[in-house]
Design a protein around this ligand. Structure first.
Ligand code: ATP
Length: 233
């Protein structure tokens, strides 16, 4: 579904990704864990074409998209919920969701909103509330809901639990599993390694722009290096 082959990426002279190879197969939850500044967000951005891979190849649904423009890539059944949520604070919940479906027709937008509300009843209760007045957890739900509006086959999630309370974090991870049950493949970038590895089929560990470990989520959870560096025990 998504495959990176020896991908490098640069910001000017700074190399942020070094020969990264990652595969996400249909139906999986795959997680990428790593410390602050390891290059996790850069990796997702590179998949979206900005920055562009300076070396290597990126395949999406079997097609080489390495040289494609972002707006072309983002129509290929792929959606991203970016780091920091980035909802439109002055717009209501429904208006935010509509922004996620701006290239859909009217009926598809209505279906999309109904689908998101079924997944997040909390958002339906707040349909006309301005996003900026909602709690962090609610805004995160909205950011994920907005990404789901286009009914993607592959969902990229950038640190969806950052800064949230434990109860809300647990809810977000439950929702991620529900999304997968609905047939959507999930590539999850997280600092919350413990929870992310618990829900993931497979995981990758990124350190200073390099993949240093890959294994099943279950194996990474008991890996000594992962436990010391990312699980705190
Ligand atoms: P965090 O968890 O803190 O978001 P991350 O693993 O997502 O970290 P990135 O944001 O991808 O890490 O950053 C990787 C490296 O690239 C860092 O050294 C960062 O300073 C650098 N970097 C990120 N964005 C830019 C940019 N626009 N211009 C220059 N350097 C950048």
């Amino acid at each position: 579904m998504l495959k990176l082959e020896n991908v490098s990426a640069h910001y000017g002279a700074i190399q942020a990704l070094h020969n990264v190879s990652i595969e996400v197969n249909e139906g999986e939850i795959v997680t990428l864990i790593g410390a602050n500044g390891a290059g996790k967000t850069t990796l997702l951005k590179t998949v979206c074409g900005n920055p562009r891979a300076s070396e290597g190849k990126i395949f999406l649904f079997g097609e080489d998209v390495t040289q494609h423009e972002t707006h072309v890539i983002m129509r290929k059944d792929i959606a991203i919920s970016p780091e920091g949520r980035r909802v439109f604070p002055a717009l209501t919940v429904v208006e935010n969701l509509k922004m996620g479906g701006f290239f859909l027709d009217k009926q598809e937008i209505e279906e999309g909103i109904a689908h998101v509300f079924a997944l997040f009843p909390r958002l339906e209760e707040r349909a006309n509330q301005r996003a900026g007045t909602m709690s962090g957890g609610e805004q995160q739900m909205l950011a994920i809901g907005r990404a789901l509006m286009s009914r993607p086959k592959l969902l990229l999630l950038d640190e969806p639990t950052l800064g949230l309370a434990p109860l809300i974090i647990a809810q977000i991870f439950e929702i991620i599993q529900t999304i997968r049950q609905q047939g959507i493949t999930v590539f999850l970038v997280e600092q919350n390694a413990n929870k992310a590895l618990q829900v993931a089929d497979r995981g990758y560990v990124l350190e200073t722009g390099r993949v240093v470990l890959e294994d099943t989520g279950a194996n990474l959870l008991v890996n000594d290096d992962v436990r010391k560096a990312y699980l705190g025990h």
